[in-house]
Design a protein around this ligand. Structure first.
Ligand code: ATP
Ligand code: MG
Length: 573
């Protein structure tokens, strides 16, 4: 491509709504343009990147034996009534009416449509397993569309759905997708982790999210330094401490703690560490009673773990100060487990404490030297906290680190949920009707582009991984407009690179070299070649990788081989 003819407009002023770097850079480099909240047009250079991602996804899905199809974006409401999601799906679902007053939705996902196809097309176990996928627009009326294409309202998803005669076959199909996702994100040149995810309201038996690691990610991920273990922070199990609880050494003492309402206040007033204190949170039980949850002062309650415990309302609901006052005769800010008239669940780490500090259930007072089994009953010890950096990995190997990630893919064993609701059955070997098992597998294709930028950029702009770069090589000729010789050599190199499939972008504009370098850096073209008169005298060109700080000499003859070598190097980096 010759830049002088390429329809690309840099933006000098970054709109204030662009909070994250990928959104800013995509606007500055003219890759996308905003039409309305959460709606973006993909301009030619942006679309090239998007297509590169799509092609990798398509190749790997085909390789894994999935079949591409295409379903309508607009779906009749009847199917959603059948699956019950017409009522269950919140305001994210865009509902429409046609001229005959019939109801439709703009698909946020396609389980209903594909299950309808399956119940019509699939009759026998002999047609199974089968996996159908599409790469297509979705619409979700997000509460807060933001971060550009990262959380848009309209976006492109690759969604796949597999159908199986039994659970063992679903497990196999799921593993195939897991492996395909590994290849896809590896080929895209991204650093990522497959993490165990919560299966949420669908239930289901297995679910993993694929996260691109980036400091700006919305999700916290816990991963082991000892093996492949990784999980969403909410999901990661906190093991009980390996050591036994020490014997009581102190006498329980009621101490005055004026205005100490937080753990931080206690730490300063009593000169104890937060890890020696406990916090007691009061939540609604499932039977109208209140339940106390005790965690160590330096730990955070994990709502997802807590709401799964018997007798606790799901979703977790904090009790109001009023309810705590009337039911427990205690004040928020002074609650502690000693003598508290309600069921208590105690986190493993808090249950391992001796001689600890807790609220005295009396304003402005705490108790020190508290011991389980002596001053209050032995604790019901459970896992109800978030893991922290340095905790032992639940896999039994290594310790945990916490990183931030952007969810770019999600694989999910749906089981029979949709097949049951829509009556999708096949005849098995003994000619009886069996309900099919299903898996679903999504990739946020447009989000992958933004996530790649979040992970790969510097002050000057984007740094594309080779595989998804819109152009792989930037050719910058010096004195293009003045020197016949430069034009001749550059045109020859350009043709050679095109023929070799190296996708060059030739900056043939009448602009200063500084401008050309800066734009090339903003656009993130990974390999740059400068063609200058002096170098040509010696048969030499100048090469620089987008990440490098120094330039190197590249040969005029054999440039294609030289670049191929560099591309191999940057792939393995
Ligand atoms: P999130 O938790 O980010 O809202 P989700 O769990 O609702 O996503 P899924 O239903 O699992 O999303 O959809 C599959 C993939 O589609 C996600 O892994 C993500 O990459 C992408 N995706 C979901 N919502 C959006 C959005 N609003 N904009 C862009 N991509 C999205
Ligand atoms: Mg998800």
């Amino acid at each position: 491509m010759r830049l002088s003819a390429y329809p690309i407009v840099n933006l000098k002023e970054i709109p204030t709504e662009a909070e994250v770097i990928s959104h800013q850079l995509m606007l500055r480099a003219g890759m996308i343009r905003r039409l309305s909240a959460g709606l973006y047009s993909w301009m030619p250079m942006g679309l090239k990147v998007l297509r590169n991602v799509e092609n990798i996804v398509r190749e790997e899905m085909n390789r894994a034996g999935a079949f591409e199809l295409l379903m309508p974006t607009i779906q009749p409401s009847e199917l959603w009534v059948e699956s019950k999601r017409w009522d269950e799906f919140g305001p994210e679902l865009l509902r429409l009416k046609d001229r005959h007053d019939r109801s439709y939705v703009y698909g946020p996902t396609h389980e209903e449509v594909i299950t309808d196809i399956a119940r019509r097309e699939l009759r026998s176990y002999k047609q199974l397993p089968v996996n159908f996928y599409q790469i297509q627009l979705k619409f979700r009326d997000e509460v807060r569309p933001r971060f550009g294409v990262m959380r848009a309202r309209e976006f492109i998803m690759k969604d796949a759905y597999s159908f199986h005669a039994d659970e063992a076959s679903l497990d196999e199909g799921y593993t195939l997708m897991h492996d395909a996702y590994h290849r896809i994100f590896t080929r895209c040149g991204l650093k990522f982790r497959a993490v165990q995810a919560d299966t949420g309201s669908i239930g289901g038996t297995g679910s993993q999210e694929f996260h691109v690691l980036a400091s700006s990610g919305e999700d916290a991920i816990a991963f082991s330094d000892g093996d492949e273990y990784a999980a969403n922070l909410e999901m990661a199990e906190a093991k009980p401490p390996a050591t036994v609880r020490a014997l009581p050494a102190a006498v329980m003492t009621r101490v005055s703690t004026p205005k100490a309402h937080t753990i931080a206040d206690l730490v300063t007033q009593l000169k104890v560490s937060a890890a020696q204190c406990v916090k007691t949170l009061i939540v609604e039980g499932s039977d109208g009673q209140l339940v106390g949850l005790v965690v160590r002062g330096d730990h955070e309650l994990n709502a997802i773990k807590a709401q799964k415990l018997p007798g606790i309302a799901n979703p977790l609901q904090m009790a109001s100060p009023e309810r705590i006052r009337t039911q427990l005769n205690a004040e928020v800010g002074s609650i502690g487990p000693v003598g508290l008239p309600c069921t208590l669940y105690v986190d493993h780490a808090a249950a391992a404490l001796s001689d600890f500090v807790a609220g005295a259930n009396e304003p402005e007072y705490h108790v020190t030297g508290v011991n389980w089994g002596r001053d209050l009953p032995d604790p019901v010890s459970v896992d109800i906290r978030n893991v922290v950096e340095g905790d032992p990995s639940p896999s039994g190997c290594g310790t945990l680190s916490i990183a931030r990630g952007i969810e770019v893919g999600h694989i999910f064993k749906l089981g029979r949920k949709y097949a049951q609701a829509l009556g999708a059955t096949v005849l098995d070997e003994s000619s009886s009707q069996v309900t099919m098992f299903m898996g679903c597998y999504g990739i946020g294709v447009t989000r992958v582009v933004a996530a790649a930028i979040e992970q790969n950029h510097d002050e000057a702009g984007i740094i594309w991984p080779d595989a998804i770069a819109p152009f792989k090589v930037l050719l910058v000729p010096m004195n293009w407009h003045k020197s016949e010789r430069i034009r001749e050599v550059t045109n020859r190199l350009y043709d050679e690179l095109c023929a070799a499939g190296l996708e060059p972008l030739l900056d043939d504009r009448d602009a200063r070299p500084g401008v050309k370098f800066a734009d090339g850096e903003l656009y993130g073209i990974p390999h740059r070649i400068v063609i200058g008169e002096r170098g040509l005298d010696a048969g030499q060109l100048e090469y620089r990788h987008r990440r490098a700080t120094e330039t190197e000499v590249a040969p005029l003859e054999g440039l294609v081989d030289f670049l191929r070598e560099r591309m191999k190097l940057s792939q393995s980096a």
